[in-house]
Design a protein around this ligand. Sequence first.
Ligand code: FAD
Ligand code: NAP
Length: 536
Amino acid sequence: MTETSTQQLDALIVGAGFAGLYQLKTLRDDLGLRARLVEAGEGVGGTWYWNRYPGARCDVESLSYSYSFSPELEQEWEWTEKYPTQPEILRYAEHVADRFDLRRDISFGVRVASAVYDEGRRRWTVTAESGAVYDARFLIMATGCLSVSKAPEVPGAERFGGPIHHTGHWPYEGVDLTGQRVGVIGTGSSGIQSIPIFAEQASELTVFQRTPNFSMPAGNRPLGTQEITDMKENYREWRAAQRTSGFGVPVPAPTMSALEDTEQGRAARYQTGWDQGNLTAVLNAYTDTLTDKAANETAAEFVRDKIRSIVDDPATAEAMCPTSFAFGTKRPCLDSGYYATFNRPHVSLVDLRSTPLQEITERGIRTSDGEYEVDTIIFATGFDAMTGALNRIDIRGRDGRTLADEWAHGPRSYLGLAVSGFPNLFTVTGPSSPSVLSNMMVSIEQHVEWITGCIRDLTERGRTEIEASDEAQDAWAAHVEEVGNATLYPTADSWYMGSNVPGKPRVFMAYIGGVGPYAEKITDVARRGYEGFAMT
Ligand code: FAD
Ligand code: NAP
């Protein structure tokens, strides 16, 4: 097949992360479709292919952050740590690609530039930057929620004399920071995971923090043989529970308001959560942490007290205490020694709230307080999340309408799976689905299986086109907004709200109704003959 000839396909999938790999497998092997997967990178793994920064690891436990679709795969794969490292997760993705013989239908180094729907033929014409053209009945965007990295909005990067790296596309061959003066901008999950390791190597490490984050100790450790055996014996029950849970990880539901408990009761409960070393334990201690400001404040103050007790210098500790948003409304972090890193003599914090970032110079980073000379700069400044990858492709649906225009005031979709005006286009973990508010592996499998079932049902009924209706999409958008507004999430300037990208519309882009209730909803939609969709 030459790059210039048009490939005729039943389905084209874009993105070879966990979503795209599983989607290829189901469409090709279960439905027998002519399916192809194209990927901008040179390998599989998506997030875990690109984010190779030191310290990168999952913060959902390995036994839960893994595919459930193949009991054989579950039994043969051995996770080694509670929270797996990026190299281990990447090896897992590569193993999956090999084990299910997926690579023969994947084209690497292919970045999709445009996708145009031909209403007459009811097919998508997809063109890559290389000029390769694909003609497909169905187009499945598995392009990722966090796959377009973003640099800080500060002038001067081009004149800096040394290297600048972004955690979101870390050099394949690694970076040796030994003996260097290093400046890191950004203290989200990526910064918080990598800063303790940069501190091991650098001779001087300066961390530029705009907004401090809530972080808790990961308590990472090697997995014991017995717990692996136990999980392997009980995987089916666990997987079923994952799919009906709130966040894709089964945890006991809280029963009490934080405000009904005594001060000692709260302290004990939060301490138990803190010691468990997971994302949800403190957050999930009470019923109202994410809905009531006063209840939330009790958890926030517990974490702030921890920060004050770990960071020796009181001024640094106070600067690292988050106060501008409610606990949990920006994604909390899990760390391995993050706060204690600031007790090391060669590590310092620059608080950009009191001394704003001004420019990158030839020699380093300038704030309103002066110039900090460094040898290497690291951007840990996050992503144009949820819509970034989709809006970068010129997607044209009915009447030549572009997706970017349709979403100019914020993304709207039906169930996070389809968009009115864009027939036969599906988004895996698209905006308005639980996606980033869940263990993504569970949400990915849920969507891939729904999309596969939908294409199968459509084909069996002899239909060639499916499209979400405006009315169904509006009703879903109203529901997503209503559920979101019942929580504290919309009060934060977070990437969930699009606030981290200047000019991006302020919309809560995920669905907080829970993975289990959402699964029921989409299953119901299918059972009712794809209610809210038109099939032609
Ligand atoms: P991705 O893995 O992002 O894959 C999308 C792929 O699409 C990419 O490889 C990209 O190159 C490709 N692509 C995009 N646009 C184009 C185009 N135009 N043409 C061709 N290819 C394109 N989730 C959790 O649940 N738990 C965690 O602990 C967790 N940790 C994370 C840590 C980091 C550092 C990051 C960035 C994210 C993390 N996530 C986590 C979210 C993570 O993105 C998902 O868990 C999951 O890996 C997403 O898989 P995906 O296949 O949907 O998307
Ligand atoms: P992020 O959470 O968006 O953090 C970006 C950081 O950069 C923030 O501290 C932000 O400050 C700062 N920043 C951005 N632009 C800036 C500017 N112009 N000037 C100064 N500071 C600036 O990004 P991330 O850390 O890469 O994480 C993104 C998401 O990926 C996470 O929330 C999580 O979902 C996932 N992730 C998970 C893990 C994990 O533990 N498994 C690890 C990494 C990533 P402001 O807050 O002020 O904007």
